[in-house]
Design a protein around this ligand. Structure first.
Ligand code: MG
Length: 364
């Protein structure tokens, strides 16, 4: 099975409700889909969103990176040589992690198809069912409480609460949500870099003193402020998780050695795909550090790849935040994993199991 061509499409899925964080507001998922064609007729699927405020990748930069830097290295290569392919992708250029992720996901999909097995089995196997949390966007307190109650009634047992706007209101937001759902769901806070280190310590200590128990707090301070992350980690009981602060394996090693966080959020769009995500999971396991698997505003192509990884590394990836597809009004992907509210199940189909993506606008 040799790679012959890489084609592109654009996928749009309107969201049920706007996605609001301390960094941005988004109304619809709008992603680049990558289709890697082969001489055997098999097609591998990958996907990447534009996340300019986090990775720096835009649709234009993703297309240009793949067309002019990554694709020329892959045409004519054998899918069986997976490690060689991932090296070619990662070494094609600096950064551009979302472009690399989209292509790697498609290549791993083909690798699974080549051997006729679902990807998670080739990555070591596992129980093909996982449970995800769901995001509660930052909003007026009453709206966040109502959204949280609705999510719990849909069966979600973990809620990811977006905060990081105004520290005083953030504390009231969390107290109100905790009062409404604490006996039925775990709460994860995501501040999306919205606080200073001192604000974060103040907010978390205030919540802890008020009896609010949180499963974790994610990225309280600016991405580059590792000292700030450590400052918070040292001073609060609530476990601190790094998201925007760590992209690749090297940064994970630095973060762990600095003891700047307790948990690491792995996202394929930050790692540049599956090969480095696997490395991070294995490094974290070595140090006894737990991981979350997360996603950007992604549809069910790239999230499917993340689910396969989560299952194969379930010993260390103990927390799942793969709610991208369930935030959309519909799932355009035929095949792939099955989303049923909080439960995600992998089928026996080879690779990622994607048969078709409906409503894809092809890009010439
Ligand atoms: Mg986050």
């Amino acid at each position: 099975m040799k790679i012959t061509e890489i084609r592109f499409g654009k996928l749009r899925v309107p969201l049920k409700t706007p996605f609001k964080t301390a960094l941005r507001t988004v109304e619809e998922v709008e992603d680049i889909v990558v289709m890697v064609h082969t001489d055997t007729g098999h097609v591998g699927y990958g996907e990447a969103p534009a996340t300019a405020v986090i990775t720096g990748d835009t649709h234009g930069s993703i297309l240009d990176a793949i067309r002019h830097y990554i694709a020329p290295r892959l045409i004519g290569q054998e899918v069986a040589n997976l490690n060689r392919l991932t090296r070619l992708i990662q070494g094609a250029m600096e950064r551009n992690t979302s472009a690399k992720a989209a292509v790697e996901i498609a290549v791993y999909d083909l690798w699974g198809q080549l051997y006729g097995a679902p990807l998670y089995r080739l990555l070591g196997g596992g129980d093909p069912v996982i449970t995800t949390d769901i995001t509660i966007s930052v909003d007026y307190i009453d709206k966040m409480v109502a959204d949280s109650v609705a999510a719990v009634e849909r069966g979600f047992e973990s809620l990811k609460i977006k905060v990081g706007k105004d520290i005083g209101v953030d504390i009231e937001r969390v107290k109100a949500i905790y009062a409404a759902v604490a006996d039925r769901a775990l709460l994860r806070l995501d501040a999306n870099q919205g606080w200073t280190a001192k604000q974060a310590v103040y907010a978390l200590q205030t919540l802890e003193d008020a009896g609010v128990r949180l499963e974790l707090v994610e990225q309280p301070v600016k991405a580059r402020d590792l000292e700030g992350m450590r400052y918070v980690t040292e001073r609060v009981h609530t476990p601190v998780m790094a998201d925007e602060s760590v992209f690749g394996p090297q940064e994970v090693i630095d973060l762990i050695r600095l003891r700047a966080a307790d948990i690491i959020n792995i996202k394929l769009m930050k790692t540049g795909g599956l090969s480095n995500a696997i490395r991070i999971a294995d490094i974290a396991a070595l140090y006894g550090v737990e991981c979350m698997i997360g996603c950007m505003l992604e549809a069910a192509v790239s999230v499917t790849a993340a689910v396969h990884l989560a299952v194969a590394r379930a010993d260390v990836i103990t927390k799942v935040d793969l709610d991208g597809p369930s935030l959309g009004r519909f799932n355009p992907v035929d095949g792939g994993v099955i989303f049923n509210e909080s439960e995600i199940t992998i089928t026996d189909a080879p690779g990622l199991g994607i048969r078709e993506i409906r409503g894809l606008d092809m890009i010439d």
